[in-house]
Design a protein around this ligand. Structure first.
Ligand SMILES: Cc1cc2nc3c(=O)[nH]c(=O)nc-3n(C[C@H](O)[C@H](O)[C@H](O)COP(=O)(O)OP(=O)(O)OC[C@H]3O[C@@H](n4cnc5c(N)ncnc54)[C@H](O)[C@@H]3O)c2cc1C
Length: 267
């Protein structure tokens, strides 16, 4: 069985800054990490492999050369093989173009590694935050999908997924090949061992380019192939001022608040 995990390298911060001219993320000077939700997807795959060591885990990232650092981290944790897909023609891709390029790369990896039984993704990337790429890959592949996964186990030709829903947890079964996106479970992902870290550092990660993807239509990739056009980005002005009421007791605070509101003719 082969599981492919899509991994995005993201800035190690939740305070994303936007270049107001180019309308793209400012990545310079910000350390990068594996998108945390992709770490949960990798751990879910690793738990399946714990039960069946014949399972192979392949990780795939689309991004610049530096994304190989994220892939090496995944190799150190649990992955058996990693691929980077990178090409200047892919720059400026929105989520639809990104999922299209990832899907074409998945098709290529199937030619190289054999059929993929499951594609695991994070629920969302902490920088782009759209949560669109996983479901879009499922649509491109015409494969069934489960979102908000917490845990997954393989049972014959199906994957049984515990998924988060508003009212609690739902257990769904989906036939393979399928796409599952993962959210934060109750447990933490495993740490890499020193031995795996050393092997990952030595690993050669193949880079696939547009020329390696036989079916790709470049009209659907990159900035030109992206239907989403960012018209404007801006950072909302931070609110200033405000009064903090912190009297000795809650009753005194209430009296003070009442006074201020009545002085302002609000009550
Ligand atoms: C017009 C436009 C231009 C853009 N140009 C650029 C650009 O030049 N460079 C740039 O970096 N971003 C660019 N972006 C942002 C880029 O489209 C998104 O970051 C990307 O498509 C993923 O969307 P997301 O981050 O919301 O991922 P989500 O949909 O939130 O991610 C869900 C999951 O999909 C998988 N996934 C997502 N992205 C990748 C990836 N790259 N590789 C592997 N797995 C992945 C992961 O498993 C992730 O957890 C642009 C966006 C727009 C709208």
């Amino acid at each position: 069985m082969n599981i492919l995990v899509c991994v995005k390298q993201v800035p190690d911060t939740t305070e994303i800054k936007i270049d107001p001219v180019k309308n793209t993320l400012i990545r310079e000077g910000v350390p990068s990490i594996v998108n945390p939700f992709d770490g949960y997807a990798l751990e879910a795959a690793a738990r399946i492999k714990d039960k069946d060591p014949t399972v192979r885990i392949i990780v795939l990232s689309m991004g610049p050369e530096q994304a190989k650092a994220a892939l090496k981290e995944c190799l150190a944790i649990a992955a058996d093989k990693a691929y980077l897909v990178s090409d200047r023609a892919f720059g400026g891709s929105d989520t639809l173009a990104t999922s299209y390029i990832l899907t074409e790369t998945i098709r290529k990896i199937e030619m190289l590694e054999g059929g993929l039984d499951a594609i695991f993704c994070g629920k969302q990337a902490i920088d782009g935050d759209t949560a669109q790429v996983g479901p879009e890959i499922a649509e491109h592949l015409d494969a069934p999908q489960v979102t908000y996964g917490l845990e997954a186990e393989v049972d014959g030709s199906v994957i049984r997924v515990k998924k988060e829903v508003e009212e609690g947890i739902e257990v769904v079964e989906v036939r393979m090949p399928c796409v599952v996106t993962f959210t934060k479970p109750a447990w933490d992902p495993r740490y890499p061992t020193i031995k795996r870290k050393m092997a990952a550092n030595r690993a050669e990660i193949p880079t696939l380019t547009a020329a390696d993807l036989p079916g790709i239509d470049l009209a659907c990739a990159g900035l030109k192939g992206s239907p989403t056009k960012v018209k404007k980005t801006f950072v909302p002005q931070k609110r200033t001022g405000g009064i903090k009421i912190q009297e000795e007791t809650a009753a005194d605070s209430a009296v003070k608040l009442f006074g201020l509101l009545s002085d302002a003719s609000i009550i």
